[in-house]
Design a protein around this ligand. Structure first.
Ligand code: PLP
Length: 381
């Protein structure tokens, strides 16, 4: 693949555009970003400080520290019943670089161009695919049925040029959680699967954990510490890569990043091994669920239409098609007039035009006040 073929039509990440405008304004309630408001658990922070004080600040192996890779493999094997070896783990500077490597490797290895993704889906996927000279092919989710996938709609989009399908569960933006039958259907397509599992663990109705690796070996898994461990700024993620892609992944990681942040790698070992952290994470999950229920109740109280019943992650989609067919403009109006930052649905694909996304990874007070402001604004239209 020739990178110069890439059209480089990178679109801005609208949630970030809104945030950047909102932080210059006063008295804004932030419901736009998926950033946990919890502190990083103390044992993790202490470990980072220890690493600095003990001068553990040199480059690591490009694939990550063996101890961390071993703990990641153990974590997956214990939580999901998988059978992963540490050699297949590649530690990266966040899940975003992991996504870059995964898409590159799949395109390069397959000599094919097309990557299937859902509409709606995570806003950055099209930009990564486009940047790497790939071609995004969308399959529609059912907006009238909790944004569920329909395997037949996916099958219709497969061509000789399909390199992989990129899935994300729990989903940003819909909060949908892929179930066993759906994972099996995806695996049965026989395609390589890139599975973004960054919201794993943040599930509120039923089964906490599952991974594509329980259904096929022909998959690259992406995950990271940002969400579950409240470590966004530590910039640490990882890939679980089948043997066939390992050497290509390693070469790219060496050249582009040398290695992930060393201090964060020490801290991440603590995240995966400390019982105190495990308890704190459990409490965070409980609190997210409380907030999810409060968000649903508040939206109903203010006659705002919930587009789907989210089971995971920490996002909620509101249907505002009655008031607008331009969600970007509407989001800026809500920001200026109601003083609430929200994300326009169009950021996640054409099927979310006329919708907005809010995040409930913020305090109950913010959720209640933010929804009240949106409700009052919409009532006045
Ligand atoms: C679905 C999804 N994948 C990947 C990322 C990137 O996360 P990271 O902070 O690990 O780069 C995000 C961040 O919001 C996300 O929502």
């Amino acid at each position: 693949m020739n990178i110069l073929e890439s059209k480089k039509e990178i679109k801005s990440f609208k949630a970030m555009d809104i945030l950047e405008k909102a932080i210059e304004m006063e008295d804004i309630i932030h419901l736009e970003l998926g950033e946990p408001d919890f502190d990083t658990p103390k044992p993790i922070k202490d470990e980072g400080i220890r690493a600095i004080n003990e001068e553990k600040i040199i480059y690591t192996h490009s694939m990550g520290m063996k101890e961390l890779r071993t703990e990641i493999a153990k974590y997956y094997n214990e939580k999901y019943g998988t059978n992963i070896c540490y050699e297949n783990i590649v530690v990266t500077a966040g899940t975003s670089p992991a996504l870059l490597l995964a898409i590159y490797v799949v395109l390069e290895y397959s000599h094919k161009k097309e990557i299937l993704t859902s509409n709606p889906g995570y806003a950055c996927y099209p930009n990564f695919i486009n940047f790497l000279s790939g071609k995004m092919k969308n399959y529609d989710l059912d907006i009238n049925n909790n944004f569920k996938m329909d395997i037949n709609k996916i099958k219709e989009k497969i061509t000789e040029n399909t390199a992989a399908i990129l899935i994300n569960s729990p989903s940003n933006p819909t909060g949908d959680v892929i179930k066993e039958k759906e994972y099996q259907e995806i695996a049965d397509l026989g395609l390589c699967v890139i599975s973004d599992e960054i919201y794993q663990g943040l599930v509120y109705n039923g089964k906490q954990y599952d991974s594509i690796l329980n259904y096929t070996d022909n998959a690259i898994v992406l995950n990271g510490f940002s969400k579950l461990f409240s470590m966004t700024g530590w910039r640490l993620g990882y890939l679980i890569v089948p043997d066939k892609f390992l050497s290509l992944t390693q070469k790219l990681e060496q050249n582009l990043f040398i290695s992930a942040n060393t201090i964060s790698q020490y801290a991440a070992i603590k995240a995966l091994t400390s019982l105190e952290v495990e308890k704190e994470v459990e409490n965070m999950i409980k609190e997210y669920n409380n907030r999810r229920i409060i968000t649903i109740n508040e939206l109903k109280k203010h006659n705002l239409k919930i587009a789907a019943n989210p089971e995971g992650a920490y996002y909620m989609i509101i249907d505002v098609r009655e008031y607008t067919d331009n969600s970007l403009k509407f989001a800026y109006e809500i920001l200026e007039k109601a003083k609430v930052a929200v994300t326009p649905g169009i950021d996640f694909g054409s099927n979310l035009e006329g919708f907005i996304r809010i995040s409930y990874a913020t305090s109950t007070e913010n959720i209640i006040e933010g929804i009240r402001r949106i409700g009052d604004y919409i009532k006045g239209l």
